[in-house]
Every structure is written in structure tokens, then in C-alpha cells.
Design a protein around this ligand. Structure first.
Ligand code: SAM
Length: 248
């Protein structure tokens, strides 16, 4: 059975997709996507030998060899341009996800891709910034908790495709939907997520309250230090804490 985290990705894979799951490890997601009829076929990409073998085992054990192909390689190197229309990248840092997308885009591997589903473990802001600057439109964000950890799943489409219904002002500096909230700047939207800021919820609040606590601890340890740069850094932290607290 899939984890709740991977199930959240699975249910957003458009039916009929050719899926490429990059950094697939055990290939659980592509196997489930084919079994559930969401993907007509799938590629499981892995760069490391252990996970690559694990992916091959899953495919052998499930008898899905005709529909799920395991390929060894770095990032999007494993797909041909135009081959996949849905790409999933889950369970790694946001910096790594953005660099895989960046290198893939430069090689034309995102041409024809209609759906990106990304689940960074940390550094979600790096992924949002990359999407925003590279012609991808964030169409939804989900947040969930599993085994005491909080995960975010980001869904994006090429922004030219359907810019009108979603596009306007997603990252523009603005108030929340009702127009009465505080002004939220772009950096806070990258950090916390424009859709999650709107939907809020218990898990979202818990995540950011704990982040505020962490930042406060850093600030306290700074205020005990004697270094010259501490004051400036402390003011920066204070501003960040205030901006996060303001939108919760
Ligand atoms: N996607 C699965 C999930 O979410 O459960 C597995 C996540 S696992 C923590 C991260 C996987 O990404 C590892 O198996 C690792 O070998 C793979 N990986 C890391 N960098 C990669 C890269 N540049 N290209 C392909 N795979 C990579």
C-alpha cells in the first residue's frame, strides 16, 4: 500500500498519462499509477544502483514489465524529449528538484510535459521560485502529515496552457483572497505557498508555528553572541518571524 504522501501524488496524475517518476527508488508510484489505470505506461528513473535494483525488483514482482520501464540515469536524462507528459519528483530536497528541472529544461526534456507533481522534503520555496521563473504555473498545493513529518505536494502546468483561470496575481504582492488580510509579499508566497496561504488549515499552521519557534531560538542564540553581524542578522530574523506570524 502506498504511503499517504505518495497517494497524494498518485491521485493527481492525469488519467492516460505517460509518467516519468524521477528518483523513483522502489518504483512504488509508477507501479501504482499503472495498476490504477492513471498511467498507460511509466518510466522509473534512478541514478543510484541500490534504488535502481529495488525499482527493478518491484517491476519484476508485480509483473508490470510491459508497462513500467526502469532506467538508470541522472534526473531527466532517462527520458527522451516529448516522451512523458506527466513528471513526478518526490522525496528529495527542493534544491535538487529545481536543479533536475533546470538541467532537464535546458535539454528540452520538459517539452510536451503537461503536468509536474513535485514533493520537496525541504526548500519548497526554491521549487516555487523555479516554476515561477521558468514558465510553469502552480495550480494547486497540498499539505499532509505522515509519521510526524509534514509534506507539501505542488502541482504545476505550463503557464501558457491555461494562464487565464489561475495565472493572475498568484505571486504578485497582494492581500489574501478576501482583500482584508495583510499585504503578503512575493517572498512569503514562495516560502509558504500561495494556495496554502489561502487554504490554511491545522497542518499548515502547525508547520509555521514550529518554524517560528525555530527562528526565535536562532534569534535568542544570536542575541547572546558578541559578533558584530549578529544585530543585523537578528533584525532580519525578526522581520521574517513577523511576516510569517502575520499571515497565520
Ligand atoms: N520518490 C520516492 C519517494 O518519494 O518515496 C523515493 C524518494 S528517495 C528519498 C530519493 C531518491 O532519489 C533516491 O532513491 C535517490 O537515489 C534518487 N535520486 C537522487 N538524486 C537523483 C538524481 N539526480 N536523479 C535520479 N534520481 C536521484
Amino acid at each position: 500500500k502506498l504511503s499517504r504522501r505518495l497517494a497524494q501524488l498518485l491521485e493527481q496524475i492525469p488519467t492516460g498519462s505517460v509518467l516519468a517518476d524521477i528518483g523513483s527508488d522502489h518504483a512504488l508510484l509508477p507501479a501504482a499509477a499503472v495498476q490504477e489505470g492513471r498511467a498507460v505506461r511509466a518510466i522509473a528513473g534512478e541514478v543510484n544502483p541500490g534504488p535502481y535494483e529495488a525499482a527493478r525488483r518491484t517491476v519484476a514482482e508485480t509483473g508490470l514489465g510491459a508497462a513500467v520501464e526502469v532506467r538508470r540515469g541522472d534526473g531527466l536524462d532517462v527520458v527522451e524529449a516529448g516522451e512523458a507528459d506527466c513528471i513526478t519528483i518526490a522525496g528529495m530536497g527542493g534544491g535538487l528538484i529545481a536543479s533536475i528541472l533546470e538541467r532537464g529544461a535546458a535539454a528540452g526534456k520538459l517539452n510536451g510535459v503537461k503536468q509536474l507533481l513535485l514533493q520537496p522534503n525541504v526548500g519548497e520555496d526554491i521549487v516555487r521560485r523555479w516554476l515561477d521563473r521558468n514558465g510553469w504555473l502552480l495550480t494547486g498545493e497540498r499539505i499532509l502529515e505522515e509519521d510526524g513529518k509534514i509534506y507539501e505536494v505542488l502541482a504545476a502546468i505550463p503557464s501558457a496552457a491555461e494562464a487565464a483561470p489561475y495565472g493572475a496575481g498568484l505571486y504578485a504582492d497582494s492581500t489574501l483572497a478576501d482583500g482584508n488580510g495583510p499585504i503578503i509579499d512575493r517572498e512569503i508566497k514562495y516560502l509558504m505557498g500561495p494556495w496554502l496561504l489561502r487554504s490554511g488549515g491545522e497542518i499548515f499552521e502547525a508547520k509555521w508555528r514550529s518554524e517560528i519557534d525555530k527562528l526565535k531560538k536562532i534569534r535568542e542564540s544570536l542575541s547572546r553572541s558578541e559578533q558584530g553581524a549578529a544585530e543585523e542578522k537578528s533584525a532580519e530574523l525578526e522581520a521574517r518571524i513577523r511576516k510569517i506570524a502575520e499571515v497565520l
